[in-house]
Ligand binder design. Sequence first.
Ligand code: HGY
Ligand code: MN
Ligand code: MN
Length: 421
Amino acid sequence: MAAAKRAKDSAASSFVSEERLWRRHMEMAKIGATAKGGVNRQALTPEDARARALLAEWARGLGFACAMDAIGNVFIRRPGAQAAAAPVISGSHTDSQPSGGRFDGISGVLAALEALEAMNQAGIETRRPVEAAVWTNEEGSRFASGCMGSQVYTEPAKLARMLAMKDLDGMSLKEALAATRAAMPTLPERPLKSPIDCFVELHIEQGPVLEATGNVIGIVTGIAGSRRFEVEVLGEDAHAGTTPRARRKDAVLAASAMIQALHKMMADPEDEVRFTIGQIRVKPNAMAVVPGYVLFTIDFRHQSEEVLTRLGDRIEGVCRAQAGPCEVTLTETRRAPTKMFSGLVPDAIEAVTRKLGVPYMRLFSGAGHDARYVADLCPTGMIFVPCEKGISHNEAENAKPSDLAAGARVLADTLVALANR
Ligand code: HGY
Ligand code: MN
Ligand code: MN
């Protein structure tokens, strides 16, 4: 490549448009918009399909080709001089929590598209192809086991099990994916586990640290390990008016005792354990029926694998001790190890951030991301940008246009540097 063009490599960031990036965020925020200003765009719902279709429309308008793999991950390609070289990829997710925010996930997807467009405007030819990616079902709210797209991409043997998963209405992921495909233009197939040269994910921090310290860029050092469980409590439906307490097998009473005991066990003085029971389903869920069935979910996270093992392995015993006349079944639906990021990608992010003069720090992520799994395939790193008061997984989630644009600028030059190294 001519020296002049290489010299322009740093120009990609100067073509990032804050206005265009913010406008695309607001366009996406209309899809699945909730009354309180957030989004409900759960994985592979018609809303998620509309977001993917809009993204594909923008991408094709820029001359980029799109592809999709067997679990619905989408790849938007900007060609490189060496067409057969493994691509540098950046991306995140379009799906949201049921009462999610306008930035979680989608910011990483739109920053990646913005970086590709800025490379076009800068007239930069990269040696490797550069791609923007959408990973299917990162949130794991509609279909359990989050980061599903990146899990299956890196471990294709998981595909069949994931496609068979059903949502609360009994629809399988396979059916939901077929509906999503039907709502999008037909895209060429991308084989699972196709080589990736390296991966960078931009995401809002979902914590207060960057904002509180006046930093705009977070270079992520790692992602906390997590263990997810489903606890089923089996009692016996009975009449609320005629059944004496001594004869009841009340699944809600047992589950509430378990929940109290678990929170007591997990309460660490350092307040580093992240233990959440976010979903409780009761059947038959009727006022005049002593409930015979409860399912509740456990989301347990910590940086230390020893803590995850020691406390996580005690969960079943604590539940059994509180079961009373009910039976209890514990299923571990996912265990993800703590993943650390170092070397090539974080260092490339830092070099670009310093060159652009953006205030930054290195920090650890309590939130999970697809980068955790992609890191098993290639050198990986993450860029955080601030979100207001660290609020996320909440309809009030907010971010500043200037911070999103700063993140996209760092991302654009990092992708060019990685693609040309
Ligand atoms: O739960 C998480 O950490 C991610 O935001 N889905
Ligand atoms: Mn996310
Ligand atoms: Mn999330």
